[in-house]
Write a protein that binds this ligand. Structure first.
Ligand code: UTP
Length: 293
């Protein structure tokens, strides 16, 4: 791998159709759906910044311009808020637009997660990078990607975040095969992985979730990987390729992951995030108690 040892860039694939959230996602990018009052992609961008990334690459497609507008300066809005003396709201709006260096690259056809990551190749270059799936919102004391960065500093190899998934639900994930690393129960030395296995064929309960640190070797591999299941280029096929020549680790992160790209997951995340908010939590808790469930 390259001599660069610090992860500075984070790729956000955001060009999918978000079909699980139709009809909302017909005209609104899934990544812009609000969890309480913040688009889900902003949680991920904040996580990447907190982990030390200073360059964000968002992979977009048709109908996704709201994402670019969100992270841009909204001159009219800011002027109006300034005139009205709404300094709190002005700060909220400015905080987003002044956040970070953002680049956008287009995925012309939604040909899978691996293909979306490959679109960012020229912007990433020959250095290790992070991938954050914006619909996985992770609530953690230490941001999940920061936890992974700390592991990366030691292992200097690709790392995929995992969580234990019980029962038939495992079939919705990429699942790791391998063994725990001696002395570090949170790390898993990966020997193989299976995409969306039948429950009986799952090699473990360790499912891959939407946080990765990858070495740039994966770009060459993705470039030469044939389209897989559903005519899509799977990121997991690229990771399988990495395993032929490099170490790959699974990392069982500390925190709670919410699948906000799914209606039920979004509902649960909304309740949990709202309850934790100082401004909304107490009133929301009282309201929930009045519901006859
Ligand atoms: P998902 O599979 O969760 O997103 O991909 P999706 O395909 O948009 O959603 P559903 O399943 O139809 O509801 C995870 C992330 O990868 C992006 C998506 O935008 C999402 O943020 N993605 C997926 C791409 O950027 N390009 C693709 O070709 C596929």
């Amino acid at each position: 791998m390259s001599t660069q040892t610090k992860v500075r860039k984070a790729i956000f694939p955001a060009a999918g159709f978000g079909t699980r959230f139709l009809p909302a996602t017909k005209s609104i990018p899934k990544e812009m759906l609000a969890l309480v009052d913040k688009p889900i992609i902003q949680y991920g961008v904040e996580e990447a910044l907190a982990a030390g990334c200073d360059q964000i690459v968002i992979v977009t497609g048709r109908g996704k311009s709201a994402i670019e507008d969100h992270f841009d300066v909204s001159y009219e809005l800011e002027c109006t808020l300034e005139k009205r003396g709404k300094t709190d709201l002005l700060a909220v709006s400015r905080q987003v637009s002044h956040m970070v260096r953002l680049s956008y690259v287009r995925q012309k056809e939604a040909m899978g997660l691996g293909h979306a990551v490959l679109m960012a190749r020229d912007l990433v270059g020959d250095e290790p990078f992070a991938v954050i799936l914006p619909d996985d919102v992770i609530d953690a004391k230490v941001p999940c990607l920061k936890q992974m960065m700390d592991v990366f500093e030691q292992v200097q190899s690709s790392i995929v975040a995992t969580q234990v998934v019980e029962g038939p639900a495992i079939s919705a994930y990429g699942v790791l095969d391998g063994k725990p690393v001696a002395g570090n129960p949170k790390l898993f030395d990966v020997s193989g992985l299976v995409e969306k296995p039948k429950p009986a064929d799952a090699p473990s309960k360790n499912a891959i979730i939407g946080r990765y640190i990858l070495t740039p070797k994966i770009f060459d591999l993705l470039e030469h990987t044939p389209l897989g299941a559903g005519g899509e280029l799977q990121l997991t096929d690229g990771i399988k390729g990495l395993l032929q020549t490099e170490k790959v680790y699974g990392y069982s992160f500390e925190g709670v992951r919410h699948d906000a790209g799914d209606k039920f997951g979004m509902l649960k995340a909304t309740v949990e995030f709202a309850l934790k908010r100082e401004d909304l939590g107490p009133a929301f808790r009282d309201y929930l108690k009045t519901l006859k469930l």
